[in-house]
Design a protein around this ligand. Structure first.
Ligand SMILES: Cc1ncc(C[n+]2csc(CCOP(=O)(O)OP(=O)(O)O)c2C)c(N)n1
Ligand code: SF4
Ligand SMILES: [Mg+2]
Length: 300
């Protein structure tokens, strides 16, 4: 069965009718990960837009057809380590253990828990949907927010020109935990996304698997909902968000072509609308340097 056939035929585990905004990248990621994992899974989605949008459900008519936990913002990976251990001990290693968490819950508040579970090799798939901020509580910056982004806590204006620090590159940090599988993915590249989630689920039977997904947020970033997939595609095409995977120390680049410019990437995205030429150049340099680092790892 092709990867696209899986999306067409596999039953939905998340019911239709969540309250996520139109064009939300996170909702698409949540829905597809749950569909690929299937109902023989236990999920956890910590507080954030996806838990708020109805991952668990509002009534007896919506939610999901598999067990779903909402742990704390900062303990998702350790919580799921315990769940995973319990299923192993009961001889139920067939059940997929899947966490789907935001960047705040993964890169900031929950980082200790995530790093610990990764280092222990806890058997689970952990998917981070990275919308570069604390969207559910009012669009505050997080450690993965790109430099120059205007957020509610780093508003572009006379005092500062958006976020002053560069983004923490979490997928590389996770890969350095020597986990079973680590990858980046984007909802704009669905066949690649499906293949990586399947790969991650297989790897989660042996140890820790991590996928970091670019998650466009029209409401918080200030672009049209209909542009969500185009924004994600431009993030990949500009090397702002390179697609790669690493399996037991072997690195692979998923896309390799001449990039579009950073100016083309930021076009029409409100949070970058006040970037001047110098700030764009800084963003470009950081993205190029990071891409080069990944490219060299993949060339080995
Ligand atoms: C310890 C703790 N601090 C603050 C909160 C309030 N809170 C709930 S959701 C959220 C935002 C989470 O951001 P992220 O994980 O990136 O998910 P997103 O909202 O962007 O989908 C915050 C700060 C909380 N639930 N727990
Ligand atoms: S604020 Fe952003 S991440 Fe949250 S539901 Fe809306 S589009 Fe999705
Ligand atoms: Mg977020």
């Amino acid at each position: 069965m092709s990867y696209m056939d899986i999306l067409k035929t596999a039953p939905q585990v998340l019911t239709p009718g969540t309250s996520a905004c139109q064009g939300c990248g996170g909702e698409l990621i949540l829905r597809r990960v749950m569909q690929i994992a299937g109902a023989n899974s236990v999920f956890a989605v910590p507080p954030g837009c996806m838990a708020g949008a109805g991952a668990v459900g509002w009534s007896d008519t919506n939610g999901c057809t598999a067990p779903m936990h909402i742990p704390l913002l900062d303990n998702t990976a350790s919580f799921m380590s315990g769940v995973s251990e319990m299923y192993q001990r009961r001889g139920r290693g067939d059940v997929n253990i899947v966490a789907i968490a935001g960047d705040g819950a993964s890169a900031d508040c929950g980082f200790q828990s995530l790093s610990g579970a990764a280092e222990r090799g806890a058997r689970m798939l952990y998917v981070c949907y990275d919308n570069e901020g604390y969207m559910n509580t009012g669009f505050q910056r997080s450690s993965t927010t790109s430099r120059g982004s205007s957020t509610s806590t780093t508003p572009s204006g006379a005092a500062i020109n958006g976020k002053e620090q560069g983004a923490k590159y979490v997928p590389l940090i996770l890969a350095m935990h020597n986990i079973e599988y680590c990858a980046t993915a984007s909802p704009s590249h669905m066949p690649d996304f499906v293949a990586k989630v399947k790969h991650g689920l297989e790897a989660s039977k042996r140890g820790f698997a991590y996928i970091h997904v670019f998650s466009p947020c029209p409401t918080g970033w200030g672009f049209k909902p209909s542009e969500s997939i185009a924004v994600a595609r431009r993030a990949v095409a500009s090397n702002m968000f390179p697609l790669w995977e690493c399996e037991r120390g072997r690195w692979y680049m998923s896309e390799n072509r001449s990039p579009i410019t950073m100016a083309q990437f930021v076009e029409g995205i409100g949070k970058f609308s006040r970037l001047d030429a110098a700030a764009l150049e800084e963003l470009q340099e950081a993205a190029s340097a990071r891409y080069e680092l990944i490219r060299r790892l993949c060339a080995k």
